[in-house]
Design a protein around this ligand. Sequence first.
Ligand code: SAM
Length: 200
Amino acid sequence: MHITEAMALELSSRIPGMMPEADLRFLFQYAQKMLTNSTWIEVGTWKGRSLAAVVLGLPARTTVLAVDTWLGTEDEIEGTPFAEAVGSDKPFEAFQKVARGLHFLRPEIRIGSLRSYSGTVARVLGRDEPHTADVIFLDGDHSYEAVIEDIRLWTPVLKLGGTLMGHDRQLPGVARALKDLEFSFHEGGECIWYVEDYNP
Ligand SMILES: C[S@@+](CC[C@H](N)C(=O)[O-])C[C@H]1O[C@@H](n2cnc3c(N)ncnc32)[C@H](O)[C@@H]1O
């Protein structure tokens, strides 16, 4: 099915989450530029809002992998939508429903999910399937330590020359991590940072 940008924004915006529409548009457009056989990994998916924009934009015969605990982000539970995950599997069930809907709309895209900690998955993939991802989008834990650790651990999974991308560049932990790593990054949408042709 051909999905227009307007349809993609309408569909992804309906999924609960905090990603602004400008960022959904950026992700959709970036995904459209990927080549056949590309792999896009998203770390931090929650109910699938950003993932939907990506899946709806990707060309056929590409792969998307969602990595999340679906437990919310440590230190960000109280008073946030993540409180829903305490003692309940509702966020994961909501994601699964969204993933089924996306599969229905885009059966030619392989959508996978791994329910585990970011660092755990990155270590395993870095060892067993190094340099396989074309894009890694980091939107999990936004604390300074977690961002530094995510970038360190996910780098071996990224293809040489791939795109390292993340969300919430305005948050203090993310901004400080990008500064300390001396990243010269591009800005996308409202809150996205990305480094293309990443060769650490
Ligand atoms: C900001 S939300 C992601 C929002 C999502 N991209 C969207 O568009 O709605 C952060 C997500 O990261 C997950 N998360 C936080 N820390 C994590 C970790 N260490 N490992 C895996 N997932 C984590 C949380 O469960 C939560 O679903």
